[in-house]
Ligand binder design. Structure first.
Ligand SMILES: [Ca+2]
Length: 350
């Protein structure tokens, strides 16, 4: 695993560049260099058996059950969670690894407690000043995080509508049909028919976009889910890695140079070491925290600033230049704004 190294801090105010409205908000920053720690390790334990049960046994023999979820796979799959230390940390929680939230159908994986260095990765020359100072973060509680970005179908099921532009039922599809000579009514009917034919696949498996932070908050309040904190998001994204990205960019992420100007179905790029897809790219993900500069202090279960005007966006999008598509990249944006580059991922406390 990676070793801890110490880094001096420096804080520099940076003014956002003039790109598009969202892209300019993608660059308000701070930074440092640092190192790594992976989740605390323990000796390998015998994993709980896979199975369709609502319980998993911890190494101590304790069973924990979840009344809100169905278990898809009790123990972490070594082909997905390839790092033995991460698998041990997952098993040690006594909680099932891969579950489905009964209320929304959202598939989630268990992220175990651990420690990591949050902020600029060592030697990351694409990092901005707002990723500094890198600082130690301790997360003491396990949580379940959506394996994929929330999809259009999942969002519509809860909120009664799909605001996404890149959708067979969205305004873009209707606009295009009208340009080919259909009336609005005909275009809307055609879009609806196409969506029904592609139930669960195609554009319905694309991430929801054109959602504001407020929209995501409303979704969470209706579902007993919540947005991850900024620290939970980065810890989950890194999956024990201290590198700028958890894999080779084009293999893991849809971004400006490979997306052809649109979102893509979730889970079509390679997952990270926790089995999470599209943490980088596809749509930016709103997290719960207000946006502000980092502190150098070690923090335990940080919740972000207690007040502020902007909320944090993470991970870059289908429209982002490559330096935004990194594990430590961050920016703040007004919580009422929606955009085709903005979506989210849901978290559930066990
Ligand atoms: Ca994403």
């Amino acid at each position: 695993m990676l070793t801890w190294c110490f880094v001096p801090l420096l804080i520099t105010a940076v003014v956002a560049g003039e790109r598009s409205a969202i892209e300019s908000a993608e660059a308000t920053t701070v930074q440092s260099g640092a190192n790594s720690k992976s989740p605390k390790q323990s000796a390998p334990k015998t994993p709980a058996p896979n199975g369709d049960t609502a319980k998993a046994k911890s190494p101590s023999g304790q069973s924990k059950s979840l009344d809100w979820a169905e278990v898809i796979e009790a123990a972490p799959d070594p082909a997905v969670v390839t790092d033995a230390a991460l698998r041990d940390a997952i098993v040690k929680t006594g909680l099932p690894w891969r579950v489905r939230d009964k209320g929304t159908g959202i598939e989630m994986v268990l992220i175990p407690p651990g420690e990591f260095v949050m902020g600029k990765s060592p030697g990351d020359d694409e990092a901005s000043d707002n990723e500094l100072p890198a600082h130690e973060v301790i997360l003491t509680k396990a949580f379940y995080l959506g394996r994929y970005e929330v999809t259009q179908q999942q969002y519509a099921k809860v909120m009664g509508k799909d605001p996404s532009r890149f959708s067979d039922t969205g305004e873009l599809a209707v606009d295009e049909a009208m340009r080919s000579g259909m009336t609005r009514k005909e275009a809307e009917q055609a879009a609806k028919k196409k969506a029904a034919e592609k139930q669960g696949v195609g554009s319905l498996a694309k991430p929801v976009e054109q959602v504001s932070w407020n929209d995501c908050d409303a979704f969470c309040k209706k579902t007993k889910l919540r947005l991850p904190t900024e620290a939970e998001w980065e810890y989950a994204c890194r999956a024990g890695q201290r590198t700028p990205r958890y894999g080779e960019l084009d293999e893991i992420a849809w971004h400006r140079s490979n997306s052809e100007g649109t979102t893509h179905a979730v889970g079509t790029k390679k997952a990270n070491g926790f089995g999470l897809y599209d943490m980088l790219g596809n749509v930016f993900e709103w997290v719960n925290d207000y946006y502000d500069a980092y502190s150098a202090d070690e923090q335990t279960n940080p919740q972000g600033p207690s007040s502020g005007s902007n909320r944090v966006l993470r991970g870059g999008s289908w429209g982002s230049v490559t330096d935004f598509v990194r594990s430590s990249y961050r920016n703040g944006y007004t919580p009422g704004i929606s955009h085709t580059k903005l979506g989210f991922r849901a978290l559930r406390t066990p």
